[in-house]
Structures are given as structure tokens and as C-alpha cells.
Design a protein around this ligand. Structure first.
Ligand code: GLU
Length: 277
């Protein structure tokens, strides 16, 4: 009898612990430990950015960020079948990491000092720059120097939206959406003049709507894409950086980039220098 009730107590304890740790990562010291012990990871990616992070009709995810995430997970000991991809939008990435809803974020996520207050970053694994996406027949809006009086769209919480607010506030009207695909619809529909964000994201939309949209303007910012992790997970950051270094050196990085982003006509650059801190 005693044995049985003790068993019951343990069973309840085990259940409570599982429930408390449900969703993302729970109470592990590092993503390295979770990957090794559970052989599972929850990874935040974008769902509406062709070439980078896109949910397909069958519910799977494709794109360069997904390829990078899959490679890194494998290096940490997690097979593709152990990965759960979860949609993140620009504004909820820090919160998803802080709350443990995801173990890491690979989602066109620029490394910035402000974000480093809340999360840490491995990388960069790609460098993009802010540009503009306009309708194909747009003649006047050729770059950031021609923004006067224009209606722009970008995404709340993004570095490009922030740049517009601090540097072009007087000349433009900015509408902030939750996702870039919502902005694409507004530009295609003629309600807004341009979408501004990273050139590599815009190239994906221009390819998706060939003949209707085009990318203009030389890049006017530097966006270093990092992999977001819990702020204090130094072991995790080091392990992810090691995985990225391997992906750069064994040719997988270039292959993944050519197959995903390269398909939109975006010129494939050389791998960036990792910033270990
Ligand atoms: N890389 C920029 C950022 O992290 C823009 C792209 C995005 O919103 O995901 O804010």
C-alpha cells in the first residue's frame, strides 16, 4: 500500500513538473542540455517570407532560416523529426525567447544592442540591408532619397520601421503592420506606396509577384542576422556559433542560400564573420 501511494506521489510530481515546463524549453541550463537530453527543440521562424521562412500549404516550413535552423539543430544532436517550428512575428521574438515559448529564433532577426538587453545572439549568419519594394510601374520612388510625401509600410518592432521613424519621420507616413505579407497586400492594392525592410526579404516578395513588384534603392542600413537565444545561455551561444562555423566551412551554408534566397535572383554573398562575445 505504502509503495503504491508513494508511486502516486511521484507520478503527480512528475506530471506537475512536465506541465510547468510545457511548451518551449522549461528548466534546462542551456539549449545544449535540452538538445542532448530531449532530442527536441522548438524553433521560432517566420511563416510568410518566401526564401527565408515560409509555411507551405502542407504545414511544413521552408527557406534559408529553416535550413540554418535545421543544420544547427543537427549539430546540437536534434534530428529534423525532433524540431517543432513555431511561427514568430517580428514583434514577439524577444518575448517568445524570454518566456521559453521557443528555444531559439532564426527569423531574419537583426542583432542590435537594444535586443541584446533581453536575448543573446549567435552569428551573424547573413548580412542584409534595408531597401524598398514598390509596384513595378512606380517611376518616381527610386530610393530613400525620393521618399517625400510617400506612404510607407513596415512591420511593428522591426529595425527598418525604427529607422523610418527616427530618420524619415518628417517626409513619410508610416503604417506598421504585424507581418510583411500584410504590407505586400497594401502595396499591391495601391493603398500604400512602398514596403521597406531588408533587401533579401523584399527580393523574395518581388520574385513571388514577378512583374508586379520590384526592389529599389541601394541598401541603406546594415542588418546582421543572428540566432536568438536566452540572454544568459553562453554555452548555447558558443555551440550555435560552432555549428554556424561548420555550416560556413563545409559548403552547406552556400548551398542552402543558393537554393532558397538565390532562387529569387538575390546575389549570394560570402559568409560573414562570426561575432563571438
Ligand atoms: N532584420 C530586421 C529586424 O530584425 C527586419 C526583418 C524582420 O522584421 O524580421 O527587425
Amino acid at each position: 500500500m505504502f509503495g503504491r501511494s508513494l508511486y502516486a506521489v511521484f507520478a503527480v510530481l512528475a506530471l506537475t513538473t512536465t506541465a510547468a515546463c510545457g511548451g518551449g524549453q522549461g528548466s534546462y541550463a542551456s539549449i545544449v542540455d535540452k538538445a542532448k537530453n530531449d532530442k527536441k527543440l522548438v524553433i521560432g521562424v517566420k511563416a510568410d517570407q518566401p526564401g527565408l521562412g515560409l509555411r507551405t500549404p502542407d504545414g511544413t516550413f521552408t527557406g534559408f532560416d529553416v535550413e540554418v535552423a535545421t543544420y544547427v539543430a543537427k549539430q546540437l544532436g536534434v534530428e529534423p523529426s525532433g524540431i517543432t517550428f513555431k511561427e514568430t512575428v517580428t514583434a514577439n521574438r524577444e518575448a517568445f525567447i524570454e518566456q521559453g515559448q521557443v528555444d531559439m529564433v532564426v527569423a531574419t532577426y537583426s542583432i542590435t544592442d537594444a535586443r541584446k538587453q533581453k536575448v543573446s545572439f549567435a552569428g551573424p549568419y547573413f548580412v542584409a540591408g534595408q531597401a524598398l519594394l514598390v509596384r513595378a510601374d512606380e517611376a518616381a520612388l527610386t530610393g530613400p532619397q525620393a521618399l517625400n510625401g510617400k506612404k510607407l509600410c513596415s512591420v511593428a518592432g522591426s529595425t527598418p520601421a525604427q529607422k523610418v521613424k527616427t530618420e524619415y519621420a518628417k517626409e513619410v507616413q508610416l503604417q506598421e503592420e504585424r507581418t510583411y505579407s500584410a504590407c505586400v497586400d497594401r502595396v499591391l492594392g495601391g493603398q500604400l506606396d512602398a514596403l521597406t525592410t531588408d533587401n533579401v526579404i523584399l527580393a523574395g516578395y518581388a520574385a513571388q509577384h514577378a512583374g508586379k513588384l520590384k526592389v529599389v534603392g541601394e541598401p541603406f542600413s546594415t542588418e546582421k542576422y543572428g540566432i536568438g537565444l536566452k540572454k544568459d545561455d553562453t554555452a548555447g551561444r558558443n555551440a550555435v556559433n560552432d555549428a554556424l562555423a561548420k555550416m560556413f566551412s563545409d559548403g552547406s551554408w552556400q548551398k542552402a542560400l543558393e537554393a532558397s534566397v538565390g532562387a529569387s535572383g538575390f546575389p549570394v554573398p560570402a559568409a560573414p564573420q562570426l561575432e563571438r562575445y
